[in-house]
Design a protein around this ligand. Structure first.
Ligand SMILES: Cc1ncc(COP(=O)(O)O)c(C=O)c1O
Length: 425
């Protein structure tokens, strides 16, 4: 008789009687905020909720400014534009990230340079950054992937040495802290996503954080069709901005969020510290237990992470130590035991179905040299490929919102698959 749920055995968790925590989380406070917006008639455009959220989010991130925008893709694009990155510039980023981190670089006519990651954090490898720097390099975009932290000490040192700007892609790291400094406050600009899968969400949305007034002012204009920001929109201290007293306009588009999104974000942000605490406690607990069992390993957490801000629950799979069971079979079996999807990491960007700049010649074939430079297949990313093909398991962060018993259930499921791996061979 089969033991494993995938073969008809009894699952470790019966999600009908014992469901995982729900996501997203909301209550009557969101309802109240949304109704206030509805009745006010101020549904968008620098409204009171957006201003309130920007102030609260800047405080939460330990930055002077926060500027909301439509999503975490356009925030990356606006960050690049505000920093003057464009034609002829190279931007270094990890090969393992969501496609937007690279696609937005191409959207500002710059060249993405993909570099490999570190196997036990899945974040950009600082040594590989050094190797990729050329006279054209202008920026680095570290991505704090799945809640791990990029080595910000090494990255900021490289940036200083080579006079580069740093945009932190914090789409997975709301509230994380590196040596006491919040994610999004260490580089020149932080870029956040509030898409439904993120741990602060309004369905869609994004924000940019910075300590520099000139950048805050530019970002504010860029998300608002290039209009000069009104000082009362932000807690601006009117430093030396780009506009001067007369103020001109700059070319841009509409990347604003609505007041409905801001109303939901205000309430979500109030819950986030407590939720981060629960995820961190569970993350630390389950990682310690993962380290005890064969065939899997926890993601490495750096002691310089003073607040860990776990995002998706991800861990490493070691096929050889798991009796040679292919990772796809392991993930399917885990899914069946736990009733929650177990997925691989993002696809490496040198071979990613959603990062295909060469499908748009009318837009991107600016010169033959550029066309060759943006061909993702020219990059060699052996560690990213190994992680994606053989070594990654990722689950929705709601699993980390449960109890210690929930964490034990995940461990039981992994052990059960290990003990019965022969059933899947
Ligand atoms: C690392 C990373 N950067 C940027 C984004 C883009 O965010 P959005 O979906 O809000 O456009 C995502 C979204 O998944 C992401 O994971």
């Amino acid at each position: 008789m089969s033991e494993l749920a995938i073969n008809g055995g009894k699952a470790v968790r019966d999600v009908n009687s014992n469901p995982w925590p729900q996501w997203p989380i909301w209550d009557e406070k969101e309802e109240k905020g949304l109704m206030e917006v509805l009745h006010s008639g101020i549904w968008s455009y620098n409204g009171p909720k957006e201003i309130e959220f920007n102030r609260a989010f800047a405080k939460f991130c330990g930055t002077k400014y926060s500027v909301c925008a439509a999503n975490g893709t356009v925030t990356l694009q606006l960050a690049l534009e505000a920093l003057g990155i464009g034609w002829g510039d190279e931007v270094i980023l990890p090969g393992l990230t969501w496609q937007a981190t690279a696609a937005t670089i191409i959207d500002v006519n710059a060249t993405p340079v993909l570099v490999d990651v570190i196997e036990d954090t899945w974040c950009i490898d600082p040594e590989k950054i050094e190797e990729a720097i050329t006279p054209r390099t202008k920026a680095i975009i570290p991505v704090h992937l799945y809640g791990a932290f990029s080595d910000m000490d090494a990255i900021m040192e490289i940036a200083k040495k080579h006079n580069l700007v740093v945009i932190e892609d914090c789409a997975h790291k709301h509230g994380g802290e590196w040596n006491g400094k919040k994610a999004g406050s260490i580089g020149d600009i932080g870029s956040f996503s509030f898409q439904l899968s993120k741990h602060l969400t309004a369905g869609e949305g994004g924000a940019l954080t910075t300590n520099r007034f000139d950048l805050a002012e530019k970002l504010d204009a860029l998300r608002n069709c290039g209009r000069r920001p009104e000082p009362e929109d932000q807690d601006v201290d009117k430093g030396a901005g780009v506009y001067g007293d007369e103020g001109n306009f700059i070319q841009s588009g509409n990347y604003r969020i609505t007041e409905f999104q801001a109303a939901v974000l205000i309430e979500g942000l109030k819950r986030l510290p407590e939720q981060n605490k629960i995820r961190e406690e569970n993350g630390e607990y389950i990682n310690a237990r993962l380290a005890e069992i064969p065939g899997v390993a926890p993601m490495k957490r750096d002691p310089r992470e003073t607040k860990k801000a776990y995002f998706n629950f991800s861990f490493r799979y070691l096929k050889d130590e798991f009796k040679g069971l292919p990772v796809e079979k392991f993930r399917e079996a885990l899914d069946a035991e736990l009733g929650i999807q177990a997925e691989p990491s993002y696809e490496p960007l040198n071979n990613c179905s959603l990062y295909v700049p060469l499908t748009k010649p009318s837009r991107h074939r600016i010169t033959e040299e550029y066309w060759k430079a943006i061909d993702p297949s020219r990059f060699d990313l052996p560690v990213c490929e190994k992680i994606y093909n053989e070594g990654s398991v990722c689950m929705h962060h709601k699993v980390l919102m449960g109890t210690k018993e929930d964490m034990d259930i995940i461990i039981d499921a992994i052990k059960k698959i290990y003990d019965n791996a022969e059933e899947l061979m």
